[in-house]
Design a protein. Structure first.
Length: 83
């Protein structure tokens, strides 16, 4: 996590080759664009940005296809549970 260190995005991923097969570069770009933006973090907090990003990765890896290009819609999150 980079607290907006001049990038305008808090999420920055270094992905190994074994994961790139299931989750290609475009997925990571879309993921950081959805949850890592200044707007999302200011509205929801950095903790929720990280939690939602991890939930999206896990959802994709556990999916029937075990492959994602698009970031899945938000499921249950800490914010939706009132935390």
């Amino acid at each position: 996590v980079d607290e907006f260190g001049g990038k305008g995005n808090v999420l920055n991923f270094n992905v190994g080759d074994g994961v790139k097969f299931a989750l290609p570069n475009v997925f990571w770009t879309r993921l950081s664009s959805k949850y890592g933006t200044t707007f999302f973090v200011k509205e929801n907090g950095i903790d929720l940005a990280i939690t939602n990003a991890i939930e999206a990765v896990v959802t994709c890896l556990r999916s029937e296809d075990q492959y994602c290009v698009n970031v899945p819609d938000e499921g249950l999150s800490l914010k939706s549970l009132g935390m």
